[in-house]
Design a protein around this ligand. Structure first.
Ligand SMILES: Nc1nc2c(ncn2[C@@H]2O[C@H](COP(=O)(O)OP(=O)(O)OP(=O)(O)O)[C@@H](O)[C@H]2O)c(=O)[nH]1
Ligand SMILES: [Mg+2]
Ligand SMILES: [Zn+2]
Length: 281
């Protein structure tokens, strides 16, 4: 039995990296029966002769969109335009990472597609995220980005077309990941990247992933989602278990009125929480 890292899964053929060698494996039948499905990012024991995955190591974490394991850093690729900048989407991904105790970094693309006026609005939002402790980088800052990726297993996540694969091609010149809107022309749907894959370069391990269309929090709890809005905790409410939603006396709501919390943060939070309310019955 040898230990390896699952770097790709296409139609249940798992590519496992064992001592710099890529071995294509299937899952042992028993694992399939136990519904134990390896994820990209999983450390596994393989039987090299049978080319089977025999066992999955316990996971540090498991995120759902994209569905991967053992991530240490989340790079939220966010475009200024095409697709439009959206705090709702940004907050969804920040929450997904915070719930799993993974540090988010916001990576901005397509600044060249907006004029100064429009960029100012985006920049105002980004300054707020920086003020609550999130790093914001631009896709032109190659060295800074590489520094962030070193000694981590990082996942590039974000909307389809945001520029995840393009950014990775820029970082690693010989990569040649498929990018662009070509997939529409070829009639394969709108996602250019169609599977998750770990790219390994020296001290960097990074996952390219397909963009997502829907992200639900129902696999988590309302408390998980609330606590993922990290700056809300700076404004303790009278009711210790306040959900900053239907409660009338609420210091988080007050902080929004006082312009201490960005209004879209509370709006997005409420929209996420409402998902739980509508699924209650
Ligand atoms: N103008 C401009 N175009 C960019 C920039 N970054 C990426 N693009 C373009 O945006 C399009 C989509 O880029 P991709 O890298 O394929 O996007 P993706 O996030 O990997 O998309 P999926 O794989 O579908 O999830 C391509 O045509 C890129 O050339 C940028 O900074 N400026
Ligand atoms: Mg892509
Ligand atoms: Zn409150």
């Amino acid at each position: 039995m040898e230990k390896g890292l699952v770097i790709k899964n296409i139609s249940d053929i798992f590519t496992v990296l064992v001592n710099n060698e890529k071995i294509e494996c299937k899952c042992r039948g028993k694992m399939r029966l136990d519904k134990q499905i390896p994820l990209v990012g999983d450390f596994v024991f393989i039987d090299k002769n049978n080319k089977t995955i025999e066992e999955i190591f316990p996971r540090q974490n498991e995120i759902l969109r994209p569905h991967v394991a053992n991530i240490t850093k989340g790079i939220i690729v966010t475009s200024c335009k095409n697709p439009d900048f959206s705090t709702n989407l940004l907050d969804k991904l920040v929450v997904e990472l915070e719930i799993n105790h993974i540090k988010p970094i916001i990576l901005i693309t397509k600044k060249d597609l907006v004029d100064n006026e429009d960029f100012k609005l985006i920049k105002n939002n980004l300054s707020y995220y920086e003020s609550i402790g999130y790093k914001v980088l631009y896709n032109t800052e190659i060295d800074k980005i590489k520094k962030e990726l070193e000694n981590n297993i990082s996942v590039f996540m974000g909307q389809t077309g945001a520029g995840k694969s393009t950014m990775l091609n820029k970082l690693f010149k010989d990569l040649n990941l498929e990018t662009g809107e070509v997939s529409i022309a070829l009639g394969r749907g709108k996602h250019t990247t169609r599977h998750v894959e770990i790219i390994i370069k020296d001290k960097i391990k990074v996952l390219d992933t397909p963009g997502f269309s829907a992200l639900s929090f129902l696999a988590y709890t309302k408390e998980n989602v609330r606590d993922a809005f990290i700056e809300f905790k700076k404004y303790p409410c009278e009711y210790k278990d306040c959900f900053h939603f239907k409660e009338s006396e609420c210091n988080v709501k007050k902080a929004v009125l006082d312009s201490k919390i960005l209004k879209s943060r509370l709006d997005n939070y409420v929209s996420f929480i409402q998902e739980f309310e509508s699924k209650r019955w």
